[in-house]
Write a protein that binds this ligand. Structure first.
Ligand SMILES: [Zn+2]
Ligand SMILES: [Zn+2]
Length: 52
């Protein structure tokens, strides 16, 4: 099941939006990912872009 909003800022994702997730399935918007330098704030895992 795909996450529907950002773990950090709770922004709701729109269809086709660029999103990022870590291996524990925390999901973030592009803006938060850039702010965190692509490191998940919850797990310390590297965030990778979710394939659409
Ligand atoms: Zn966000
Ligand atoms: Zn995580």
């Amino acid at each position: 099941m795909q996450a529907t909003n950002c773990t950090r800022c709770a922004e709701t994702f729109e269809e086709g939006q660029e999103t990022y997730h870590c291996s524990h399935n925390c999901t973030f918007c592009k803006e938060c990912t850039e702010t965190m330098n692509s490191i998940c704030q919850n797990c310390g895992e590297t965030l990778v872009r979710v394939e659409q």
